[in-house]
Design a protein around this ligand. Sequence first.
Ligand SMILES: Nc1ncnc2c1ncn2[C@@H]1O[C@H](COP(=O)(O)OP(=O)(O)O)[C@@H](O)[C@H]1O
Ligand SMILES: [Mg+2]
Length: 339
Amino acid sequence: MILHELLQQPLSQLLQERSYVRDFFAALGITLAAKGQCLAVVIDALPDDQLTEFDLDRAGLLAQFADFVEQMELFKVGAAQPVRQVTIIGGRDKDGRPEEVRLELNAGDVICVVGPTGSGKSHLLADIECLAQGDTPSGRRILLDGQPADESARLAGETRLVAQLSQNMNFVMDLSVEEFIALHAESRLVDDIEGAIEQVFSTAVDLAGEPFTLATPVTSLSGGQSRALMIADVACLSASPIVLIDEIENAGVDRRRALELLVKQEKIVLMATHDPLLALSGHRRLVIRNGGIAAVIETSDEERQGLIQLDILDRKLAELRDQVRQGKRICFELDSFLS
Ligand SMILES: Nc1ncnc2c1ncn2[C@@H]1O[C@H](COP(=O)(O)OP(=O)(O)O)[C@@H](O)[C@H]1O
Ligand SMILES: [Mg+2]
């Protein structure tokens, strides 16, 4: 939706409001001159061989550009008044039966969304992302600080309220990690760019098991590393008060550390997960069945106690995984392993 608007905007206005657009095209060797025309016209007029040089066709370029815009918009300057509370007002499940809930989520809360595949976890996150007002299949409504979001907030205007960490990060531009963070810090109008780079980088390395450097090209980061970079980025730089995470488990990042980091920033975190370690790290979990929120479970003291053992188990498993990865033979006594 926002992409469509950007493509039709006069270039001069577009580049003034979103200077990162210039950077994107510059990385592909395309200089945008701020004349009266709009981006859609510029892209139409691009010679084919300029695109094939980057292994792209016009549709591919647009898809990459859309991904890039989405990433950059995460770092827009924050709302004057950060959201302190999100309310979910139930709609209906897949069979149209009423979902009788009204849930209040507060800054610093971590809420897990659990349920079988296909039950509607991602749909709930999507409802929050678009600040649904009864206009999605679930009929849910989302309030911010007790009020329905106004249209401008819904249409992703100047400030992003919701940061979504998606499954796969697509890095199109041939940037180093350092340049990548700098670009985000600039669009977030950070004063101390150097400091921001250092903070995001050290956090990301911390979260990713395997080390990388500031000079590493983002396109050669592993799945876990790029995920860690995005989480660090969102935690340290994004102004969005609400963070949505769809299934982080297999990403190869220190999941609990990542969570702690987001909680420290007083964000409202909603996370779809099957991972017991993460599910029990949350304050509450919403159980989704057949498209509706069927139950809300508060994490009990007993579960929190169990988390300590789960953590030990998880670390041992991570060690084993590492040994397998390094081509070592695994030898262990099951008793001592589980004790
Ligand atoms: N309350 C609902 N009403 C109608 N359709 C729904 C509802 N909840 C989920 N769906 C649909 O069910 C499908 C599976 O949901 P999804 O959120 O992808 O599941 P999950 O993430 O748990 O695997 C999607 O097509 C989604 O739009
Ligand atoms: Mg899903």
